[in-house]
Design a protein around this ligand. Structure first.
Ligand SMILES: *Cc1c(COP(=O)(O)O)cnc(C)c1O
Length: 362
């Protein structure tokens, strides 16, 4: 936590706004919008997953539709497709950003069209804070007339050619879950440049109540709005977002300095124009065996590290869904490790980790 979270939460108590609306919700939305730039509207929600669910619904995804989804991601990018009765079609990554491969995306679109079904939306992810190839992906998306839902859950504070992640697609989503770069313990947001669309998201998130003195409903709603108490935490967290990004990037720089000389250890570089919040620092090792050796040696010292996300097309729950893949994310999963990346790590903590890894590799 930063300096002012408790103060803003106390305001919620003092004013008795203990509800999924109130001044903290409004001010948190303003703070996010202010950060993301001119003309951006924000709806604070109960989670990033809820934001993806509403976002896909607003893009018209429904029963029987197909949605193209980055395979190399957390399951929450794909689950809401299934909530809507639609089918995920998974697309592999490219090695430069670890995100959506433009070539495989286009191949998938052509193949789905040839099978007689136009995909309803594309879920593109800025994984670990690294922007995807925005121009290439959006060029394909607009050429085929398919909207992009930009999963920016891990990328608040990242930019592509100076433009904040979260504002690049038709709809963007953010997460403030406990593990993200800033947190409200649980929470998320839907981001759009279309104020009407943002208002529609709030309408659906508050049980789709039509204007009437009684409870009148012409649509199916959800209970997805953010609590005014948690939004108080969010207001405080927005004040320290820059500090958090700086801390994460400093972790990455330290790890790179200490480990880049080691045989077979690789880091994901920022291509020209890409700026990552470096939410997590990840390394690629030469092989699955070395990856496991490092992970288990760290565990022995009570240091938690984790393999990279297991691709969705390899998950038991999605094994019957179509996938356009070339082995890229499967290899990343086999060889990759997320290193401890908290914003409060000290240099001596980081040194313990890099010393251990250096010892194993040499
Ligand atoms: C965390 C995360 C989500 C879901 O956000 P929640 O707030 O935890 O529901 C979605 N996509 C990605 C890539 C995430 O990392």
């Amino acid at each position: 936590m930063g300096r002012n979270e408790e103060k803003y939460v106390a305001e919620a108590f003092e004013s008795n706004w203990i509800a999924p609306l109130g001044p903290n919700v409004d001010l948190f939305e303003k703070a996010i919008a202010g950060r993301l730039g001119e003309g951006v509207s924000v709806a604070a929600l109960s989670s990033g997953t809820a934001a993806i669910h509403l976002g896909l619904k607003l893009l018209g995804v429904g029963r029987g539709d197909e949605v193209l989804c980055q395979s190399f991601t957390f399951s929450a990018s794909a689950n809401p497709i299934v909530y809507l009765g639609a089918r995920p079609v998974f697309i592999d990554s490219e090695p430069g950003t670890w995100n959506l491969s433009p070539a495989l995306l286009e191949e998938a679109i052509k193949d789905r069209l040839a099978r007689g079904k136009k995909p309803k939306a594309i879920v593109a992810v800025h994984l670990y804070g690294m922007p995807y190839q925005v121009e290439a992906i959006h060029e394909i998306a607009s050429r085929y007339g398919i909207p992009v839902l930009e999963d920016s859950a891990e990328a608040l504070g990242s930019t592509y050619k100076g433009v904040p992640c979260g504002t690049l697609g038709e709809i963007g989503i953010l997460s403030f879950n406990g593990n993200k770069i800033i947190t409200t313990s649980g929470g998320g947001a839907l981001v759009s440049k279309d104020r009407e669309l943002r208002n529609r998201a709030v309408f659906l998130a508050t049980q789709a109540r039509d204007e009437a003195p009684h409870y009148e409903h012409s649509a199916i709603g959800h209970n997805y709005r953010m609590s005014n108490v948690l939004a108080g935490i969010g207001r405080g967290q927005m004040e320290v977002l820059d500090d958090r990004v700086a801390a994460r990037r400093a972790n990455f720089d330290f790890y790179t300095r200490q480990l880049r000389h080691l045989d077979g250890i690789e880091f994901l570089k920022e291509p020209e124009g890409f700026y990552s919040n470096r939410w997590l620092t990840c390394i690629l090792t030469p092989s699955y065996d070395v990856r496991e050796q490092i992970r288990l040696a760290l565990q022995e010292e009570d240091i938690e590290s984790r393999p990279l996300w297991k691709p969705m097309h390899l998950q038991p729950v999605f094994h019957e869904e179509p996938a356009y893949e070339d082995g890229t994310s499967e290899a990343l999963f086999a060889r990759g490790l997320c290193l401890p990346s908290g914003s409060n790590l000290r240099e001596e903590d980081l040194s313990r980790i890099t010393d251990l890894i250096s010892k194993i590799i040499s």
